[in-house]
Design a protein around this ligand. Structure first.
Ligand code: KG4
Ligand code: ZN
Length: 354
């Protein structure tokens, strides 16, 4: 089975071709990506209108390159997968509409992929792990601890009540005058900083529900920065190191609590999986490796290029759904919001039909 996957929900435009290998993993035949970081850098964050236009400009070319790289044609695909949300709606429409057009023209099934589900299933593409597993999904827009029971079968154990972890990294970086996106910059600074110089809070530590709260930590960094301003290079490095150390402590504590909730829900997980852009952080990976070893769990962290947004994860999620017969028709909407758990989607107020 071979799938073309398209990703346009945020600031990366990507197209990939993935097939299922014999060992239960996926085989990536092509994985083309164009990052828009340079287009947004001057604004210190993603500008939705610029993102949508940039997706329009490069998506066709990336699809052509991905097909050429794979040595295959559209007619060789078994399905076309496109991320249909959640994300910046203008960009989502671009990728989903392109996917619909290709599916229509080539007479192939369309699979409208939830971007979060694609992050959640990436560990099966890379490592072929079985269900159920405990997932920490940490990106710029999302922070969730999830019990992954099967394709389309997710129980959210915890989430953030305010900022996402990646967002906290990005905002901290911006506050300290570091470029966007802030995660890698903060990590780089932290390497030469003193993590103990500032005594920052560890919000939610030991709370029984594995939720996160990061805005207080961000504020604490700001107050410290204001207190000692003007900041020297050493101050910035020490603030980054202290911030990252606090985040690491919170992540390990929340994962420990989530593991207990998981075991009550679904027994023993096959692995602890860390996905999303933040999983590229070596300090976080290191701490979770120690935690997993302690807990006797296998830790699976897909390589950084497959942890940040990419087309291969969309193609793989499409493949997983297609082989279960889960396809979508051309009326499928692009969705700015699209929680992993169907129960969360129930409208709070019944539609009146007006
Ligand atoms: O999954 P992703 O590529 O995009 C979505 O948000 O969906 O994640 C991007 C986020 C950004 O907030 C970025 O700052 C963060 O992941 N990130 C990192 C690192 N690399 C990327 N955060 C901390 N340390 C890193 N090395
Ligand atoms: Zn993402």
């Amino acid at each position: 089975m071979r799938i073309l996957g398209l990703e346009t929900t945020c600031d990366e435009t990507a197209a990939a071709v993935v097939e299922n290998g014999e060992d239960g993993r996926g085989r990536i035949l092509a994985n083309e990506i164009r990052s828009q970081i340079a287009d947004h850098a001057a604004y210190g964050g993603v500008v939705p209108e610029i993102a949508a236009r940039a997706h329009v400009e490069v998506l066709d070319g990336l699809i052509a390159r991905a097909l050429a790289e794979s040595g295959l044609e559209l007619a060789d695909m078994d399905g076309i997968a496109a991320a249909a949300g959640p994300g910046l709606i203008g960009g989502v429409i671009v990728g989903l509409t392109a996917g619909k057009a290709l599916a229509l023209v080539a007479g192939k099934p369309l699979i409208a992929v939830n971007h979060l589900e694609a992050h959640a299933l990436t560990a099966r593409l890379t490592d072929g792990i079985g269900f159920p597993y405990l997932l920490l999904l940490a990106s710029g827009g999302h922070t969730q601890l999830v019990c992954v029971r099967g394709v389309g079968d997710y129980v959210r154990l915890g989430t953030t009540v305010d900022d996402a972890i990646g967002e906290a990294f990005d905002k901290t970086a911006k506050m300290l005058g570091l470029p966007y996106p802030g995660g890698p910059e903060v990590e780089k600074e932290a390497l030469r900083g003193d993590p103990e110089r500032f005594d920052l809070p560890r919000p939610m530590l030991r709370r029984e529900v594995p939720n996160f709260s990061l805005s207080g930590l961000k504020t604490a960094v700001r107050l410290e920065a204001e207190r000692i301003a003007p900041l020297s290079a050493t101050d910035v490095a020490d603030l980054c190191a202290s911030f990252q150390a606090a985040v690491v402590d919170v992540i390990v504590d929340r994962s420990r609590v989530a593991l207990r909730a998981f075991q009550a829900e679904a027994g023993r997980p096959t692995a602890l999986v860390v996905a999303g852009g933040v999983a590229a952080n070596q300090a976080i990976r290191g701490a979770l490796t120690r935690f997993a070893t302690e807990a006797g769990l296998r830790l699976v962290t897909p390589p950084p290029a497959l942890c940040t947004d990419n087309g291969a994860m969309i193609a793989w999620a499409g493949l997983e759904r297609l082989r279960l017969g889960l396809t979508d028709d051309l009326t499928t909407p692009a969705r700015a919001r699209w929680p992993l758990e169907p129960a969360e989607e129930a409208p709070e107020v019944e539609p009146t039909g007006v």
